[in-house]
Each structure stands twice: as structure tokens, then as C-alpha cells.
Design a protein around this ligand. Structure first.
Ligand code: AVJ
Length: 328
């Protein structure tokens, strides 16, 4: 019963957030939608398919780092004081993390794994799978927005913490969002606590473009599903055939940006918002930022927020970095 009530509340705050953010984004100039709303059940499964595409190198690169360097990585995250909480933000299906978890369990380190995800389904699936695969793992998942949970007393402030933020999810953040995120992480951590963050690195623009501009049309489908979600959940009437998918990459800023472009002048009605939105011909709707980084900018972000870079774990091609930071 308790669970049922919690899930219901989570659904309501979700819908409210989606409504408010959609109204705000579509009323702005230029128009935008927030990329966190890609991940309803359909969107999450399209993203899973994307990670298996030949051109989408990110997941494979990070997996390679974890598999080839699991000894070094776990050695450097296990604190001197052996008991610790391992928090993962946006754990999703946890497939990459599994490699590290197995290694940590094998080393008999005394830790509790706390995956934090906005999706209750992702969380319960992950919990039952891990209980089967790694029976001795102590796991207690948290559902919801990480920083709301922090204030709810679910996260102990006394235990040593290691925090994982993988998969280049950080690439979705604008500069002010990066500031806010690391300021909050700084407050959550104590001196000596560590965070491991996945950054997609700058590389040949061709390779980057291919990861998001795939000929299979999956990334296009992923973007259009956001509109389909608004049709389903907010009673909108987006005609998906009237939008085309376009991406740009700026090698100076490292900003890969995704848009849906309105092919014609059109009006979209969103019933649950009681609003109509006018698109002119070729008007862009900004969908997502997938920022690419370089090691100096990673250094700068760390030191600018009270952390120091202890080590960067990279793949053989130097396409991706899992950067280990210590709270100073
Ligand atoms: C899950 C945010 C890391 O930006 O590469 C994949 C999402 N968007 N293809 C990324 C995504 C289009 C992905 N992240």
C-alpha cells in the first residue's frame, strides 16, 4: 500500500513538471523542450537501442574502460575507512555499473549500493536483476529527483560517499546547470569523498556527427518520441511527419545540438495546457545538448567547484573519460 501511494505521488509530480516545463519551453523564443523528458518507457527503450548502434560509440567506450580497468578503478574508489555508500545518479539499467559492483563485491569491500533514478520501473527492475546476479550485494534504491531526496533524510551525511554519474549524462547540462549540480554535490559530500563522472571527449567531428545523425533513423525516432509523448500525456496534436531532425556540432564549444525543424507553418494544440503554439516554416525546436569535453575543461570544472581530479580513466582511442574527483 505504502508503495502504491508513493508511486502515485511520483506520477503526479512528473505530470506537473512536464506540463510546466513544456509550457515554458514552447512559449520561449527560440522554442525548446527539456531532454530529461525523453525517457518515458518508450523513450528509454529507444535509447537502449541507440546504445547498440554501430555509430553510437559512447556506451561501448565507457564499457571498455570499466572492463579493462576495473581493478584500478575500484582500487582508487575504495576509501581507507572501509565502510562506504556507493550512490549512482541516473542509474537506468545499470549495465556498466555491474562490472564495478562485481569487482567491489569480490574484493569484499563493505559498501551499500544506492541507485537513484527518476523511474520507479528502472529501479525495481535493476534491484531484482542485481539481487539475482550478485546475491551478496547490499542494495537500497531511491526513486525520485536526487536533490529532493538529499533533503528528505534518506541519504546519510556521516558515511563516506562515492558518487557515480556515468554515460556522459553531464553532457546534457548547460553551463549554469553544471554550476548548480556541482555546487549541490559539493554540499552533499565531505572532504575526501569521491565522484566518478563520465565525459564524452572531443574527437573527429565526423565521428561525433555519426553518433547522432545515424542513417537508421533511430535518433530521429528518439527525438520524435518526445512529441509523441506530449500527444499521449498532454493531449497534444503534433503531426510527427511535419518535423525533421537536424544536428549541429561546434568543434570550438564542443556543443552537439539536436533540433526538430518545422517543415511548414503550423499550429499545435496542447489540450491539457489549454494552449496553441504557432510554428513558422523552418522554425527550429531545440531538443538536446550533448556536450563534448576536453581534459583541460574537465580540470577547470573540477577545481572551480571544490574538487580535484585524481585520475582520468580513458579508453584506448581516447574517445571517452571517466574522471575521478576528490572533494577538497
Ligand atoms: C544519455 C544524454 C548521454 O547525449 O549522447 C543519445 C542521449 N541523445 N542520442 C547523449 C542521446 C541522442 C545521450 N545521453
Amino acid at each position: 500500500m505504502q508503495n502504491k501511494i508513493e508511486y502515485h505521488l511520483a506520477d503526479m509530480t512528473d505530470i506537473l513538471g512536464l506540463e510546466v516545463d513544456t509550457l515554458k519551453g514552447l512559449s520561449s523564443a527560440p522554442k525548446y523542450l527539456l531532454s530529461k523528458y525523453f525517457y518515458d518507457d518508450t523513450g528509454s527503450s529507444i535509447f537502449q537501442e541507440i546504445t547498440k548502434m554501430p555509430g553510437y560509440y559512447l556506451t561501448r567506450s565507457e564499457q571498455e574502460i570499466f572492463e579493462n580497468q576495473k581493478e584500478q578503478i575500484t582500487d582508487s574508489i575504495i576509501p581507507d575507512n572501509p565502510r562506504f555508500d556507493l550512490l549512482e545518479l541516473g542509474s537506468g539499467d545499470g549495465s556498466k555499473t555491474k562490472v564495478l559492483l562485481k569487482q567491489l563485491v569480490q574484493k569484499r569491500s563493505d559498501f551499500k549500493y544506492i541507485p537513484v533514478d527518476i523511474s520507479p520501473k528502472a529501479n525495481s527492475d535493476l534491484e531484482s536483476e542485481l539481487k539475482k546476479e550478485i546475491p551478496s550485494l547490499q542494495i537500497s534504491p531511491l526513486t525520485g529527483d536526487f536533490f529532493a531526496l538529499k533533503n528528505s533524510g534518506n541519504i546519510s551525511s556521516n558515511t563516506r560517499k562515492v558518487i557515480l554519474f556515468l554515460g556522459s549524462n553531464i553532457g546534457n547540462f548547460t553551463e549554469p546547470e553544471i554550476d548548480l549540480f556541482f555546487t549541490q554535490l559539493y554540499d552533499l559530500c565531505r572532504k575526501g569523498d569521491k565522484i566518478l563522472i563520465g565525459f564524452d571527449l572531443k574527437k573527429s567531428p565526423e565521428i561525433i556527427m555519426n553518433a547522432y545523425n545515424d542513417t537508421s533513423g533511430l535518433t530521429r525516432k528518439f527525438n520524435l518520441n518526445h512529441l509523441a509523448r506530449l500527444n499521449r500525456e498532454l493531449e497534444a496534436d503534433f503531426d510527427l511527419s511535419k518535423f525533421e531532425h537536424h544536428t549541429t556540432y561546434n568543434p570550438v564549444s564542443g556543443y552537439l545540438k539536436s533540433y526538430l525543424i518545422s517543415r511548414e507553418a503550423q499550429t499545435v494544440t496542447i489540450k491539457s495546457l489549454g494552449h496553441r503554439f504557432v510554428f513558422s516554416r523552418w522554425e527550429p525546436l531545440f531538443m538536446e545538448l550533448s556536450r563534448k569535453f576536453d581534459l583541460p575543461s574537465i580540470e577547470r570544472i573540477a577545481s572551480g567547484h571544490g574538487f580535484s581530479v585524481e585520475k582520468n580513466f580513458t579508453d584506448q582511442k581516447n574517445w571517452f573519460a571517466d574522471s575521478l574527483w576528490v572533494r577538497t
